[in-house]
Design a protein around this ligand. Structure first.
Ligand code: IPM
Ligand code: MG
Length: 367
């Protein structure tokens, strides 16, 4: 059996410092097993712009297409804000998602018990929360044509983006969500704005058509604005939510904050399975590059650590190791370790590297 291949793209801002800690975790798992990880590191985002003039090179793209999984840190920062839209750091991330056809973006929002008091909502609303948002990732407003900014004859300018979905795009992401609901709490809520958008009407019709194939899943529909409201009113009503690219972007940030910190949440972006069952996959924290704290050793490496746990589960078929890493993180929190973003009274405030130390210590204890 060949090694498990992994392309690591730390990116910008807090990406590299958080990734350095996760690399220690990866090494720990590699050494514990007969089959190690074959790890390669490369540039993406602003770092790639500085080195190569483009947010992701063709060479990096072809590596990403070959490996079992990509682990990405974060992209972007004020240094690159004024660049032309087509070469901004974010375009690197979007190209990876699009060219790898990672249409299903899984964003779990789980509330760790130790952090229930760090949420902006009352403890009883969020304790035990466990939602999975499945965001469509390769279509909709993010990629729809026509798009652009044009000059009008009257001297005005016009900005255009297009919300467009074909049936196959809706069906494949909805199937991924139904399948996840089957393995979880058996409930799926499909979210759009069918009251004002034709793309939402089509979305609702196509999802509804699939329901008879999944009789064990209870399907409901909700408008996106109501969903945002319900997420902060009574989030535990949800199990799996499936929605489009733009609504998914908004709703997943909203769900993330319920859990106490954006610094805690991982994500997995998956493509279709090939004949051998292998899926292209990229794992990344939901948080961004956090330029305000970057380079100071303050960043929380937990979201990226948990993203690697998702890789263990979905790309390497090592569910027990994924469980082991998730419990190590739980133990670290239960033992009172906190980075600044999740700091609470009477807890031990630590920096990025000390949090890495604590995670490794918890792994060694659990081994
Ligand atoms: C996310 C981010 C990205 C998005 C940005 C960085 C392009 O907000 O992954 O949620 O809008 O998809
Ligand atoms: Mg976002």
């Amino acid at each position: 059996m060949s090694n498990r291949s992994l392309l690591v793209l730390p990116g910008d801002g807090i990406g590299p410092e958080a990734m350095a800690q996760v690399q220690r975790v990866i090494k720990w798992f590699g050494e514990k097993q007969s089959v190690g990880f074959d790890l390669e590191e490369d540039l993406v985002g602003g770092a790639a712009i500085d080195a190569h003039g483009t947010p992701v090179t063709d060479a990096t793209m072809s590596k990403a297409m070959e490996v079992d999984a990509v682990l990405l840190g974060a992209v972007g920062g004020p240094k690159w804000d004024d660049l032309d839209f087509s070469i901004k750091p974010e375009r690197g991330l979007l190209r990876l998602r699009k060219d790898m056809e990672l249409f299903a973006n899984l964003r779990p929002a789980m509330c760790f018990d130790a952090l229930a008091d760090a949420s902006s909502l009352k403890r009883e609303l969020v304790a035990g929360l466990d939602i999975m948002i499945v965001r469509e990732l390769t279509g909709g407003t993010y990629f729809g044509e026509p798009r652009g900014i044009t000059d009008l004859p009257n001297g005005e300018r016009r900005g255009v983006n297009t919300q467009v979905y074909d049936t196959y795009e809706i069906v494949r992401v909805a199937r991924a969500a139904f399948e996840l609901a089957q393995k979880r709490g058996g409930k799926l809520c499909s979210v759009e704005k069918a009251n004002v958008m034709e793309s939402g009407v089509l979305w609702r019709e196509e999802v509804t058509k699939l329901a008879p194939e999944y009789p064990d899943v209870e399907l409901s529909h909700m408008y996106a604005d109501n969903c945002a409201m319900q997420l902060v009113r009574a989030p535990k009503q949800f199990d799996v939510i499936v929605t489009d690219n733009l609504f998914g972007d908004l709703l997943s940030d909203c769900a993330a904050m319920l859990t106490g910190s954006l610094g805690m949440l991982p994500s997995a972006s998956l493509g279709a399975a090939d004949e051998t069952g292998r899926r292209k996959a990229m794992y990344e924290p939901v948080h961004g590059s956090a330029p305000d704290i970057s380079g100071k050793g303050l960043a929380n490496p937990i979201a990226m650590t948990l993203s690697f746990a998702m890789a263990l589960r979905y790309s390497y078929d090592l569910p027990e190791d994924a469980d082991r890493l998730e419990s190590a993180v739980q133990n670290v929190l239960a033992n009172g370790y906190r980075t600044g973003d999740i700091m609470q009274p009477d807890m031990k405030q630590v920096g990025t590297e000390e949090m890495g130390d604590a995670i490794l210590a918890a792994l060694n204890e659990g081994a």
